[in-house]
Design a protein around this ligand. Structure first.
Ligand code: OGA
Ligand code: FE
Length: 287
């Protein structure tokens, strides 16, 4: 069967469930030791329909839906090696983001490798598991905090940068083989209710604290995925946009999901996601 023939999937996604005592949700996690505590549970499991966008990719873009599908072959052939990722993949991704968005300045600040499967152990340099809950990576406060905090951005430039439009964009890419098991699904920005759906959540790591959004269930959410996404395909997903005019997409909630049509023996999903601050500040990048 061709990948375009399966048009919709019915599956379960894990949404936010508030802490019983009504307090602000928090998570404390140590990726090296695996220690994890939180006042929120995995959440509230809801049945949803996810639509396969294969053949209709051009209906999605960063400012309307909050995500964009592209074909792009990477020059990086070794995602095992941190130095190669930073040297080859970061550079290539900066060029790609500038080309696609027209931004004049792009600062990559993080990447993560993920691998599916239950046998996973946490520890130094181990891949993360696929995400098991609906979320968006940064609240607006967190995005602004990042501009102030990143060592790659000179302090004296921050006021200038914050006066102009900026975004956070992730590039998500399958590695080694198509992402058949545990694919990524994205929620169309137009189907979310900014006031009601997003719940700011504190996430504490040993060396820093950030704030992400968990997401309340809303039966109107429109979920999309690109079936059997290949390593020469990427999805750009927006996690923040300073252009908050109500119309322009500012984020796209997302999560991995269990695809009940995954063929037996399909390899575990492997992926890389890269996070970048994307600036439209009209100054040459060296400034
Ligand atoms: C991301 C993300 C989840 C996954 O790229 O921001 O949340 O399972 N990915 O790959
Ligand atoms: Fe994410």
């Amino acid at each position: 069967m061709s990948v375009a023939e399966i048009t919709t999937i019915s599956t379960t996604l894990h949404y936010f469930k508030p802490p019983p005592d009504g307090s602000k949700p928090w998570v404390e996690t140590n990726l090296q030791t695996g220690e994890h505590s939180s006042n929120v549970s995995q959440g509230s499991s809801k049945q949803v329909i996810i639509e396969n966008v294969r053949g209709h990719e051009s209906e999605y873009d960063l400012d309307t839906t909050g995500f964009l599908f592209l074909e792009h072959e990477s020059q990086c052939k070794n995602f095992e090696d941190e130095a190669t990722i930073k040297d080859v993949y970061y550079k290539e991704s900066i060029g790609l983001i500038k080309k696609v968005t027209g931004a004049n300045r792009v600062v990559v600040f993080h990447h993560a490798i993920r691998k599916g499967g239950p046998q996973l152990l946490v520890g130094p340099n181990r891949p993360l598991p696929p995400s098991d809950r609906v979320h968006s990576d940064h609240t607006p406060e967190d995005a602004i905090k990042l501009v102030h905090a990143l060592p790659q951005i000179p302090n004296e430039l921050v006021p200038h940068l914050l006066k102009h439009r900026f975004q956070i964009i992730n590039i998500w890419r399958p590695i080694n083989h198509p992402a058949i098991e545990s694919p990524l699904t994205l929620c169309d920005y137009r189907s979310i209710d900014l006031e009601k759906d997003l719940v700011a959540t504190t996430v504490k790591f040993p060396d820093y604290t950030m704030e992400t959004f968990r997401v309340n269930y809303n039966p109107g959410h429109k979920w999309k995925y690109q079936r059997n996404m290949r390593p020469d395909e990427v999805v750009f997903l927006k996690c923040f946009d300073s252009r908050m005019d109500g119309k322009t997409a500012i984020l796209a909630p997302h999560t991995a999901f269990v695809d009940p049509t995954t063929p037996e023996g399909a390899p575990l999903r492997e992926s890389i996601e890269l996070r970048a601050l994307v600036f439209y500040d009209d100054l040459p990048e060296e400034a």
